[in-house]
Design a protein around this ligand. Structure first.
Ligand code: PHB
Length: 388
């Protein structure tokens, strides 16, 4: 058995864990990051694509992010319903925008900058338990790629280990959290085609929702609402294009070879507690949002900003007050993002049991948003992100 010691043990080399380790290093705090996946796997897994302006500013500051060169700025989105597109002008409404920059590209930047700084990231190391939360020396018990046991003792343990977090178990025990399931999922594709529009299209149609997103000038990401247990391999390419075209009435999508398909589950979740003693959970370990509001990664970043300040105060300054209020302060934003993600989801998707009343009410809701400056400004404010 190997034993190592660090100031902060971080489980998970996703956006939350990597960013936290950057911010801690700036405060003079060493950390070790453990992740069960290989670097290649982390850097190639397709996840979210939209970064809030504040997220991009922070990534620029810590990791020389390529978001502004490889990614692209979007100053609005289109809400499409009843066969007509309506632009929500983020720049005009709130003077802010978002960046389309795939998460795995942001991860490449963060990992490269972390390793260049000589920081300790251990890939292929699977954490199986976090222990001693109530002591001043909590630890993570892990298994290395070679099958050896590793104990990482630290002054603080952070779970940034995603929705199947093992640290969450140590923080929340059997208390679990607040949970909501949705009666649909997203069928996602990547295809080789030029963009179908300048900006993302969020389309409500009588058949259900579709989102026309992008990746690069040559590769596009698109989604359509499907059954929660849909099989990603079942439909033919022609059926997928037929569904997508029907779901975006009044527009014609550029079609191309589909080279990846997946089904994304829809869940809302918030853990009942974010800290216990000298342990905390952040990002997907602490909460899950449905993807409609593009909040997942941005919310992880916001958690980490608050936690990094709290850990600096505790471990450098000996002041526990920011850690004591972390849960309450992080939760305020988490629940706003939960509401926004739920709202975008419910406003745009067709529930399987929707009545004619529900359907007409939904169109009334969409009109209330696009025809009202206040309604559009709320959407723009939430989508581009509240101040960090
Ligand atoms: C994506 O491009 O993957 C994406 C964009 C916007 C969303 C969700 C996903 O709301």
């Amino acid at each position: 058995m190997d034993a190592v010691r660090t100031r902060v043990a971080i489980v998970g080399a996703g956006p939350a864990g990597l960013l936290l380790s950057h911010l801690l290093a700036r405060a003079g705090l060493d950390s070790i990051i453990l992740d069960s996946r290989s670097r290649e796997e982390i850097e190639s897994t397709i996840r979210a694509g939209i970064l809030e302006q504040g997220t991009v500013e922070l990534l620029d500051e810590v990791s020389g992010s390529r978001a502004r060169t490889v990614g692209s700025r979007h100053d609005g989105i289109e809400l499409r319903f009843d066969g007509t597109g309506h632009r929500i002008d983020f720049a005009g409404l709130v003077g802010r925008g978002v960046w389309l920059y795939p998460q795995h590209e942001a991860l490449k930047d963060l990992i490269a900058a972390r390793l260049a700084d000589g920081q300790d990231i251990r890939f292929g190391v699977t954490a199986h338990e976090a222990v001693d939360a109530e002591s001043v020396s909590p630890a993570v018990l892990a298994t290395t790629a070679e099958g050896g046991e590793l104990v990482v003792r630290a002054d603080f343990v952070v779970g940034a280990d995603g929705s199947r977090s093992v640290v969450r178990q140590a923080v929340c025990g059997s208390h679990g959290g607040y949970f909501r399931e949705y009666p649909f999922a997203w069928f996602g594709i990547l295809c080789e085609a030029p963009p179908s529009a300048d900006e993302l299209i969020y389309s409500n149609s009588p058949d259900g929702f579709a989102l026309i997103s992008q990746r690069t000038p040559e590769v596009q990401r698109m989604y359509f609402q499907c059954e929660p247990d849909a099989d990603a391999q079942a439909p033919s390419d022609a059926q997928i294009w037929d569904t997508l075209q029907r779901r975006v009435p009044g527009a014609t999508l550029h079609e191309g070879a589909i080279f990846q398909r997946d089904v994304l589950r829809f869940r809302s979740f918030v853990a009942r507690a974010l800290t216990r003693g000298r342990m905390a959970i952040v990002g997907d370990a602490a909460h899950t949002v449905p993807p409609t509001g593009a909040k997942g990664m941005n919310l992880a970043v916001a958690d980490v900003v608050l936690l990094a300040e709290a850990l600096e105060a505790l471990l450098v300054g000996g002041d526990a007050s920011l850690l004591e209020s972390f849960d309450e302060r992080a939760s305020a934003r988490i629940w706003k993002a939960q509401h926004f993600s739920w709202w975008m989801t419910s406003m745009l998707h067709t529930a399987p049991d929707a009545s004619d009343f529900d359907r007409r009410r939904q169109l009334g809701e969409l009109r209330s948003v696009v025809e009202s400056q206040a309604g559009s400004a709320y959407l723009a404010e939430a989508y581009t992100g509240w101040p960090l």
